[in-house]
Design a protein around this ligand. Structure first.
Ligand code: DON
Length: 567
């Protein structure tokens, strides 16, 4: 049936360089933009356009990654950044895969108990708001590392359109107007001086970023040193310290990215390639998918009671392991192989019954034998050569720590909150951590970001990812399942209502008013606690699906201003 729809609709949609912006407020749109050669899907039209233009100019997916990442720093200050960090997974046209970690690091002067008071209690807000919350940013280093190793165009070609965008300015959307107004009360709490975002910005206004443009010009002239050394680094370190933080010029000069081996596993005839630690994304996704693989989800039906039960119970068990075992592999041993071992996961699910919900209080982390040693943003890109990338980047919270360096023109992250400040105490996403994710100078905080690429029969099938904090992993999971198990188009898979369970708190979060009341009633009778209040949306998924005729379908999430552009 899906094939038939494509057969009828593709000829109508194969218009070169088309934008999928129409009808985006609605979930009625069941097929996303379809292009023949290449595509970028990101949180803002300006960023997707710049990325797509780079591809049209002959650049590859890695050039477009650099351009899109930096364009998001201009067009989407809510989460796009040069003051934060991220992860990218890639698959080259020849099948080679890899991943880069440009996650923030704890400053040299950080200490294990830096967010606790003299009684050992967590100081509210200290790891989330203001200068102490900031981790050493990794984005500029990430962009340069990707470009140097895998890009093909000169860096000027990539940076110039981004700098022009910063000077020209970006038009405020209605969703952005609401976001700025929502977070405005927090800006004076994080900043000594007023910032441009204190102004009452309205939809259709244009915000210009001349200071950010100048910072980007220094980066153009001096490469990554234009950020991590010299004038920018000096200004940034002084600014953070003047606002009560601890990041120094030495922290910035020391920052390094890490090339990582992605987590890979199979699910039916799919091969999933996802982010390895210090993100928990790939490991948790592997655990959940391996736990649900033996069950016949497509027979149960999409968002049916049985499908929700199986997925929830696998999520519960995976997040319990996450809290105990996962952290920065440069500092703690993360037993990845054991955690995604099929026999271990089968044993983990052996306590599940369709008759009754398992209680999270009855689930702890599993015992493994060590045999051997609301903000983030996601974008997916495929190029005309067959390369694909999946990248997720973040300031952590909305506008990060809310600390904005007016002189340099950007917000700084509050990624320190992703560490476990105190064992057993939830962070801003309600995630509990342990020693593996405690604060140590230069360590990377555990992430849930799950940029993912899927192969089918050895060929590229999908690039997918999302923001959403702890809900990232489960949103990526459901999107893959929606296509694979429930035969949805990429756009339908993105649109579909989502739910989430993370072990603690012991509840199923559901996007409000999108799930059938009788399904909710049945789940409640089985002992599940349903929370439809606290997550108005779960994830903002962007993805690209390779269709049978080798064209691409973009899925851009209607929950944001997300847009697919390609040709
Ligand atoms: O790395 C992480 O898991 C978090 N810092 C991501 C934050 C996020 O997705 C916020 N968006 N809603």
């Amino acid at each position: 049936m899906k094939k038939l729809i494509y057969f009828l609709i593709i000829p109508l949609l194969l218009i070169s360089c088309k934008k999928a912006t129409d009808n985006k407020e609605s979930t009625e749109q069941s097929i996303g933009l379809i292009t023949k050669n290449a595509m970028v899907v990101s949180a803002r039209v300006e960023a997707s356009q710049i990325g797509s233009d780079i591809l049209k100019k002959g650049g590859n997916a890695f050039d477009a990654m650099a351009a899109t990442e930096l364009a998001l720093a201009v067009a989407y200050p809510y989460a796009g950044n040069i003051g934060g960090g991220g992860f990218m997974v890639y698959r080259k046209a020849n099948g080679d895969i890899g991943a880069i970690d440009y996650r923030e690091k704890a400053p040299l002067a950080s200490t294990k108990n830096m967010f606790l008071d003299e009684n050992g209690d967590v100081i509210p807000g200290k790891s989330t708001l203001g200068a102490m919350a900031v981790g050493v940013p990794g984005t500029v280093a990430g962009v340069f590392a990707v470009h140097e190793k895998l890009g093909s165009l000169p860096i000027e070609d990539i940076l110039k359109p981004v700098i022009e965008l910063a000077y020209r300015g970006v038009i405020v959307t209605e969703k952005q107007e609401k976001r700025i107004a929502q977070y405005q009360p927090l800006f004076p709490k994080a900043n000594k001086d007023s910032i441009p975002f204190d102004k009452h910005w309205k939809a259709k206004d244009t915000i210009k970023y001349p200071e950010l443009a100048k910072t980007l010009e220094r980066i153009l002239t001096n490469g990554r040193d234009g950020f991590y050394k010299g004038e920018t680094a000096k200004t940034l370190a002084k600014f953070i310290q003047d606002n009560g933080g601890i990041i120094t010029e030495e922290d910035l000069a020391n920052y390094e990215v890490k090339w990582r081996t992605p987590v890979t596993f199979t699910y039916d005839d799919l091969r999933i390639i996802s982010m390895s630690p210090p993100s928990s994304g790939g490991v948790c996704l592997a655990q959940i998918m391996k736990m649900i693989e033996p069950y016949n989800l497509s027979e149960y039906g999409h968002n049916s009671v049985k499908a929700i039960q199986v997925i929830t119970e696998a999520e519960r068990r995976a997040y319990a392991d996450r809290s105990y075992y996962l952290g920065d592999p440069d500092f703690v041993e993360v037993p990845i192989k054991n955690l995604i071992n099929e026999a271990y996961l089968k044993e983990r699910m052996s306590t599940f019954s369709f008759e009754k919900a398992t209680l999270s209080s009855d689930v702890s982390h599993g015992n493994i034998q060590i045999i051997e040693s609301d903000e983030t943003t996601h974008y997916s890109i495929v190029d005309q050569f067959g390369n694909a990338i999946s990248a997720t980047t973040t300031l952590n919270g909305a506008y990060g720590s809310k600390l904005y360096c007016s002189e340099l023109g950007f917000f700084l992250n509050n990624e320190m909150d992703d560490f476990s400040s105190k064992p057993g105490e939830p962070n801003m996403f309600g995630l509990i951590g342990a020693e593996a994710n405690s604060i140590v100078p230069e360590k990377r905080m555990l992430s849930s970001m799950t940029p993912t690429i899927v192969e089918k029969n050895g060929e590229l099938f999908m690039s997918v990812g999302t923001p959403g904090g702890s809900r990232i992993i489960t949103s990526v999971l459901q999107t893959i399942l929606n296509v694979h198990e429930f035969n949805m188009t990429m756009q339908e898979a993105v649109n579909a209502p989502r739910f989430h369970h993370q072990w603690l708190p012991d509840e199923i979060r559901m996007e409000p008013n999108l799930f059938d009341k009788s399904i909710i009633n049945q789940l409640q009778k089985l002992g599940y606690i349903i929370n439809e209040q606290d997550s108005p949306i779960i994830g903002k998924v962007d993805g690209i699906l390779v269709l049978d005729d080798k064209s691409y379908e973009g899925g851009a999430d209607y929950r944001g201003d997300d847009t697919a552009i390609g040709f």
